[in-house]
Design a protein around this ligand. Structure first.
Ligand SMILES: NC(=O)c1ccc[n+]([C@@H]2O[C@H](COP(=O)([O-])OP(=O)(O)OC[C@H]3O[C@@H](n4cnc5c(N)ncnc54)[C@H](OP(=O)(O)O)[C@@H]3O)[C@@H](O)[C@H]2O)c1
Length: 363
């Protein structure tokens, strides 16, 4: 299999190392990387031109690992149109362009794979595809962002203030430079969006997903949770009832005995609930060079076994219709109050400055 590897950053270099050291059957024909320093010691041809790659009939697969949206979209759409399979780790691109890119892949009879976009070392998407084809999934829940999980652990296990914990994550290089996607919840939202679309065989729009940023988490909630011997985790959830789905990302308060408290630092957890089975749980490192690179390799190896590309299913669903009520703690005019309301009601209340969801029945 002949490969063009685009982007040799954290994940790209990991993919390069794993291929060169362990997979002689995978041949990297080109690398394309704009930072010359990252090309030092690379023992394959490099090119500066995407067109070289697209025009080369020997290239079977393009791996997109540049991140961001604009150039990544150009790379992925052009590669699909040139009848190259595409493997990417780019959750921002897949979450936003899920339907259009799958349509392109279908029209050109090539595969679009993105195992590394969700859960890092947890290879969830390939099994999920199989599970969801056999067994209607009605709920997915989990911790999908290692950086915010690390920050919350620093606060609740190591007693740092929110500000200190964020600074520590930044010093350790966990916070993405020039982006606040982790703390604002965008990274988590994109992952739950991809999981929900695959599980429910539908297409969802990011703008319809409820997102409560972790940045908005008030220190007074942290103090309150500690006093109550509880912890706060940053949780994503998607569930379906009939033709209605709810998808949200929210700080959630839970007992310190909760299983999620054992999911620490960069670890992620993904729980699936299906019609014919109760909870299935996937746990592992959600990011990092080699954990994430293994998911890219998994996609490459799976290409040998995949059948013909089928069109994407898009069952119409109503999204976040806000009929469901939940238990929340809200900070209203400086006072913590417990309420049982819809997201719409708490988020629409101008006096509410911070919210956390509570476990059902904890009010
Ligand atoms: N890091 C993780 O743990 C992780 C986990 C899961 C998924 N992902 C996803 O994997 C993707 C890559 O992430 P990463 O952390 O590896 O990013 P990264 O370290 O920033 O690597 C991206 C590389 O692509 C290069 N690049 C950017 N624009 C380019 C262009 N126009 N032409 C050629 N090269 C270009 C960058 O060069 P410059 O540095 O010079 O800009 C950089 O070397 C992202 O979509 C991310 O969301 C990452």
């Amino acid at each position: 299999m002949n490969i063009a590897l685009i982007g040799l950053g954290i994940v790209g270099r990991g993919v390069y190392d794993l291929i060169m050291n362990h997979h002689p059957d995978l041949h990297i024909q080109y690398v394309l990387e704009k930072d010359p320093q990252k090309l030092e010691g690379i023992r394959v041809d490099h090119t500066k031109s995407l067109q070289d790659i697209l025009n080369d009939p020997h290239v079977d697969v393009v791996i997109e690992l540049v991140g961001g949206k604009q150039f990544a979209y150009e790379v992925v759409s052009a590669a699909l149109k040139a009848k190259k399979h595409v493997v990417t780790a780019n959750k921002a691109l897949i979450s936003d362009e899920y339907a259009s890119l799958h349509q392109l892949a279908y029209e050109h009879s090539v595969h679009l794979l993105y195992e590394a976009a969700v859960g890092g070392a947890i290879h969830i998407l390939a099994p999920l595809k199989k599970i969801a084809a056999i067994n209607p999934i009605h709920r997915i829940e989990g911790i999908l962002n290692g950086t915010t999980n690390f920050i919350l652990d620093q606060i609740f296990l190591h007693d740092l203030s929110k500000e200190e914990a964020i600074l520590k994550a930044d010093h350790l290089g966990y916070l993405e430079k020039g982006s606040n996607d982790d703390l604002e919840g965008w990274d988590t939202l994109r992952k739950i969006n991809i999981l929900a679309m695959m599980s429910f065989h539908t297409v969802l729009l990011e703008k319809d997903i409820i997102r409560v940023s972790l940045e908005s988490l008030s220190e007074s909630f942290i103090a309150y949770a500690k006093q109550q011997k509880k912890v706060i985790k940053y949780v994503a959830c998607a569930f379906k009832k009939g033709h209605e789905v709810m998808v949200y990302v929210v700080p959630k308060m839970m007992p310190s005995s909760h299983l999620y408290t054992h999911i620490q630092n960069e670890y992620n957890v993904i729980e699936l609930y299906g019609e014919y089975h109760e909870k299935q749980m996937f746990i592992g490192q959600g990011a990092g060079r080699y954990p994430t690179a293994t998911a890219v390799i998994s996609d490459l190896l799976s290409l040998h076994d995949l059948k013909a590309v089928t069109p994407l299913q898009n069952k119409p669903m109503s999204v976040n219709a806000n009929v469901q009520t939940f238990d929340f703690l809200v900070l209203k005019k400086g006072v913590i109050t417990q309420v049982h309301q819809t997201f719409e009601a708490v988020l629409g209340d101008a006096d509410v400055t911070s919210i956390v969801m509570m476990e059902a029945g904890q009010l």
